[in-house]
Write a protein that binds this ligand. Sequence first.
Ligand code: FES
Ligand SMILES: [Fe+2]
Length: 316
Amino acid sequence: MFEGFAHVWTPVALASRLGRAPVRVTVAGEPVVLFRTAGGAPGALIDRCPHRGVALSLGRVTADGCLECPFHGWRFAASGVNTHAPLNPDAKLDLLSATALPVRRIGEMIWIYTAPGEAAPVEPVVPLGLDGAGLSRIYVERDWACHWTRAMENMLDSPHLPFVHRRTIGRTLRRRMTTHSRMEISWEDTDFGGRATAILDDKGPGAVLEYFRPNIMALIIPVPGRHLRIHAVVTPAQAGRTRLTVVGSRDFARLGLLDPVFGWMNGRIADEDQAVVESSGPEEVPPPGAEPSLATDRATLQFRTYYHHHLRASAA
Ligand code: FES
Ligand SMILES: [Fe+2]
């Protein structure tokens, strides 16, 4: 299960999608059903009934917050435990469980741990902008036809800004750079992943981005004394499909009136990337060393190393 993306925490959906009906999401090729339990906390199960393999997401959530299979009505709690097998009063329910996944609601997103079991060995490390108090957040979602590693490394790639984003977030860089310009990328390992700083022609402070393993980037936009960040949450869906959630967070101009403006801008930035990312081959990013690289590829090579050495062989 979750081949190439196992034993990690990942956001999988906006919490606003969780209403009365269960929701199916595909994460790294695995169908997962999310639902709201009686107390409002999320539940996550592999979206396959243990009885006849039916999608539990076609069922309903019962008044006591269990998920009822649409076929023969078996009911499952968020723990996966079977609480009812209709018409079979003698059934041994403890042998009839569904497969539960660790799940959390954090800020306005639902996260799962990509391994079945009662408990995850660690809690998710969450960027401040996705969870911090006193912040306004806006969400823009996109589905890209690419392997998630292509989308992820694009988010860690500073030297594409003055080209792909020459009219948006790369505009200043584009204006400042000359034929002789040099971009220095420094990389600092952190316990959550790493921090990359890009400096053009020795003129600081430079743009800072943080990488939260395995699949989140936070771009820290320098506004003195203010919080302004753009996050890219890159969730593998099925083969060749990636769900991108762009989350903007800010601690100023918090009137909701401005949300459409920030949302439009973040959507536009994502749309600028799409064709370039989707055209990249091979489908999945190759190991470091497989393609020619330059000094400005430092952050993306860090990602390739992590992916090929740690995540790619993972399975649950
Ligand atoms: S297939 Fe789910 S109860 Fe039979
Ligand atoms: Fe980009």
